[in-house]
Design a protein around this ligand. Structure first.
Ligand SMILES: NC(=O)c1ccc[n+]([C@@H]2O[C@H](COP(=O)([O-])OP(=O)(O)OC[C@H]3O[C@@H](n4cnc5c(N)ncnc54)[C@H](OP(=O)(O)O)[C@@H]3O)[C@@H](O)[C@H]2O)c1
Length: 249
């Protein structure tokens, strides 16, 4: 690994796609700070990631925590060349049984959180910086029970063009990556039992042209590209990493 002068904050970097991205960026010589929600995932990530990667606990939905993360990043790195605003949750329920609490939580973590994370991290970013949000295939394709989660993802997706246009004069690019079905711990966190998870995974794999779920590392490659200067003329886009999801007639 050759150390570069790049420094990136990853929210939701203690598991799944964020964890894989942290590992890949570190391998590429980038200085990395990751956040996670629970003590357990933060402690686990500290053992899974190289010691140089900073792991901190922060609630992605809290503006106060986002402010603290920015202060910690400034203390550690001085400035940032990028941010991967990836923390998010999946909770599904038919429209009749969706609770107001779940609706509020989905929008607080998946839509409000990344917006304010960007607001707090922006002072650390200058010309050449790159911001990547995680949106998700659910913002564009339907799934029974997925409407509220899709709304929170769609809210984030619709912010991308305006943010890209607003920050372009400062030389800051803003893009999104949209994972299709990726095999991560996210389903287990949504309250499903092991048998239900196995059935959902199988149905995802069967429905995809590539006949399998994706791996977190496959999303990480796209994120690393978008965060790097190799994508220097791409802004305002949402790249789907979805194994052909939605192409079947
Ligand atoms: N996997 C998929 O198929 C898929 C598809 C579409 C979109 N996505 C999106 O991709 C992103 C990454 O998902 P993943 O599959 O890698 O899931 P994951 O393994 O559950 O990872 C999610 C990460 O976000 C963190 N997080 C969740 N809520 C948080 C909060 N309130 N504050 C701080 N951190 C929080 C988690 O921390 P803890 O571990 O402590 O909870 C974890 O580090 C999410 O935004 C997800 O919605 C995933």
């Amino acid at each position: 690994m050759t150390k570069t002068d790049q420094a990136v904050v990853i929210t939701g970097g203690t598991s799944g796609i964020g964890l894989a991205t942290a590992g890949l960026l570190h391998e590429q010589g980038v200085s990395v700070m990751v956040t996670g929600r629970t003590e357990e995932s933060v402690a686990r990530a500290r053992t899974q990631l190289p010691a140089e990667v900073i792991v901190t606990r922060a609630d992605a939905a809290s503006v106060e925590d986002n402010t603290r993360v920015a202060r910690e990043a400034e203390a550690a790195f001085g400035s940032l060349t990028g941010a991967f605003l990836n923390a998010g949750i999946m909770e599904s329920a038919p429209v009749e049984s969706m609770s107001e609490d779940t609706w509020e939580r989905l929008f607080a973590i998946n839509a409000k959180g990344p917006f304010f994370a960007l607001q707090k991290l922006l002072p650390l970013m200058g010309e050449g910086a790159s911001v990547v949000f995680t949106v998700g295939i659910g913002a564009r394709r339907g799934m029974p029970g997925g409407s509220a989660a899709a709304g929170s993802r769609g809210a984030l997706l619709t912010m991308i063009p305006s943010l890209a246009v607003e920050l372009a004069p400062r030389g800051i690019r803003v893009n999104a990556v949209s994972p299709g079905p990726i095999d991560t711990p996210i389903l287990a966190k949504s309250g499903m039992g092991p048998e239900q998870i196995a059935a959902v995974k199988q149905s995802f794999a069967d429905a995809l042209p590539l006949r399998r779920m994706g791996r977190p590392e496959e999303v990480a490659e796209t994120v690393a590209f978008l965060l790097s200067q190799r994508s220097s003329f791409i802004t305002g886009e949402d790249i789907l990493v979805g194994g052909g999801a939605g192409l079947n007639v």
